[in-house]
Each structure stands twice: as structure tokens, then as C-alpha cells.
Design a protein around this ligand. Structure first.
Ligand code: GUN
Length: 281
């Protein structure tokens, strides 16, 4: 069997076309959604992510600013910047690219972002609201994964293994899958016999950052494979899944790059649009 490709680039493109229409409608009402991205320092990968988000926002008609701060900035200077953005009515979404330099507490900074502008969905209040089922900003990678899975059919009753228990991906995606009536097992580095167990699952979501962790030999025939890994090996981006062997067994599979990545950026835009709508009643 050769798996069907879950092409994140294509799915993102058509999703963004829908967002562009929504942006146009808001602009006709005099509202231009604005995403402001804050980056500290000059890490190449982070700068490239930030530019992609900025360009993607502008491409669908949003306004987008990048605030680029020196790597030796103090925590209080960064907090002042966030305060200023919190009280700027023209700014709908604030995203502070992580990781931050070590003199700055990521926790403090993420908590300083006004929850109603937190388009990353990283603020503890928004994380809490996700678990209580209230309206909130859902973290972008989990949201993007759920959008990809819409192209595979119903999730009801499916057995899902989520590998990796981070606050940003593993835990929230487990919650979203459960909401769609899947039965979820959250696996991690202490899970016993993890790799052997994977054969029991209809869907595998791997979010570890361990190239080659999952291969075709580990999969149930026809399984849906979502690869969230993005590790740079020999200057190339690789996922957690050995694509070549997995595609021979899986029913659906995401490539890396071009799978989950474009969906994450799309969901930043989605959340910024929601922020603009919510700010304006
Ligand atoms: N660094 C890597 N991924 C992300 C992300 O989704 N949001 C932010 N703010 N920083 C990141």
C-alpha cells in the first residue's frame, strides 16, 4: 500500500484563501487585523520562522510588524515592550518567538501577554480555558494537526497514540482529539515498550524531535501518521518518521517539510483573525 500524502502546503494554501476573504470583510468594516511578532536575538531558524509568519500575514491582507530586539536586552525591557503592545489597540495578536535568551524568564514573558492577544495560546489562562472547554486561543500546531486530520475522515472511536507530552503540542492535541471522540494514549520517554505498542493504533502523532523514531515496521496497515518532528540534520529538516518505509504501510502520511509546518503558520493567522473579530465584538 502507498499512503495518501497529507500535503500541508496545499491544505494551508486553500485554508489561507478562506482567511484572506475573512480579512477582506473585516477591512471593509475598517478593521485591519494586526499580528505583531517579537523576536529577541539573531538565531537563524527563529528569524526565518518569524519572517515566514510576517510574510504569510501580509499575503492574506493582514498588517504585520516584527519587533527585533537585541539578545542582551533585559527582561524588564522586554516586559515593557509587551505592555506597550498590550495597550496598543491597533495590535490584535502578539507572538513572542521562543526560545528566549537565558537572562529572560520565558514563563514571565508569556504570562505578560494579554490573554486576549495571545495568538500562540501559550498563556496559562488560555491553556486552562482549553481544558474547561471555554472559548480560547488553541495552540497553533495542535490546531493545524486537527485541520490536517479533517482530510482523513471521522476520528470518532479511533485509537490514537500521541508521542511526546509537551504543553505546546502533545498535551493540547490529546485534548483536541479526545473532544473529537478519539481514544488517546499519551506516550513519552518512560512509556514501556512504546515502539512495539504503536502497531495497535489507527493514528500516530509523533512530536518528539527524534529522527527515525517511527518506521513502517512499527505501523498498523493503513494507519494515519502525523509527523510533528522538525530536527535539522545535515542542514536538512527531518521529522520523527522514516517517511520512505512508513509510506508503504500508512493510509495517510504527512511529509517533513511541507506537512504540519505550513499548518502551524496558518493557524497563527487563524488565531489573529479570531483576535481581531473578538476585539471588535
Ligand atoms: N518557537 C518555535 N515554535 C514556536 C511557536 O509556535 N510560537 C512561538 N512563539 N515560538 C516558537
Amino acid at each position: 500500500m502507498t499512503a495518501e500524502l497529507l500535503n500541508g502546503r496545499e491544505i494551508a494554501k486553500s485554508y489561507r484563501a478562506g482567511l484572506a476573504e475573512e480579512v477582506e470583510k473585516l477591512k471593509n468594516l475598517g478593521i485591519t487585523p494586526n499580528l505583531t511578532v517579537v523576536i529577541v536575538g539573531n538565531d537563524g531558524a527563529s528569524l526565518s520562522y518569524v519572517r515566514s509568519k510576517n510574510k504569510a500575514a501580509e499575503k492574506i491582507g493582514m498588517a504585520s510588524d516584527i519587533i527585533h530586539l537585541d539578545s542582551d536586552i533585559t527582561e524588564s525591557e522586554l516586559l515593557d515592550t509587551i505592555d506597550r503592545l498590550n495597550s496598543d489597540d491597533a495590535v490584535n495578536g502578539i507572538l513572542v518567538q521562543v526560545p528566549l535568551p537565558e537572562q529572560i524568564s520565558e514563563e514571565k514573558v508569556l504570562e505578560a501577554i494579554a490573554p486576549y492577544k495571545d495568538v500562540d495560546g501559550f498563556h496559562p489562562m488560555n491553556i486552562g480555558r482549553l481544558y474547561t472547554g471555554q472559548r480560547t486561543f488553541v495552540p497553533c500546531t495542535p490546531l493545524g494537526i486537527m485541520e490536517l486530520l479533517k482530510h482523513t475522515g471521522s476520528l470518532e472511536g479511533k485509537d490514537v497514540a500521541v508521542i511526546g507530552r509537551s504543553h505546546i503540542v502533545g498535551q493540547p492535541v490529546a485534548k483536541l482529539l479526545t473532544d473529537q471522540h478519539a481514544t488517546v494514549t499519551l506516550m513519552h520517554s518512560r512509556t514501556q515498550g512504546m515502539i512495539e505498542k504503536l502497531k495497535n493504533y489507527d493514528i500516530i502523532v509523533s512530536a518528539v524531535g527524534a529522527p527515525g523514531l517511527v518506521t513502517g515496521a512499527h505501523l498498523k496497515e493503513g494507519a494515519i501518521v502525523i509527523d510533528v518532528g522538525n530536527t535539522v540534520v545535515d542542514e536538512k529538516l527531518v521529522g520523527d518518521v522514516d517517511f520512505e518505509s512508513a509510506k508503504e504501510v500508512a493510509g495517510f502520511i504527512t511529509p517533513v517539510p511541507g506537512g504540519v509546518g505550513p499548518m502551524t503558520i496558518t493557524m497563527v493567522l487563524n488565531n489573529t483573525l479570531l483576535a481581531a473579530k473578538w476585539h471588535n465584538g
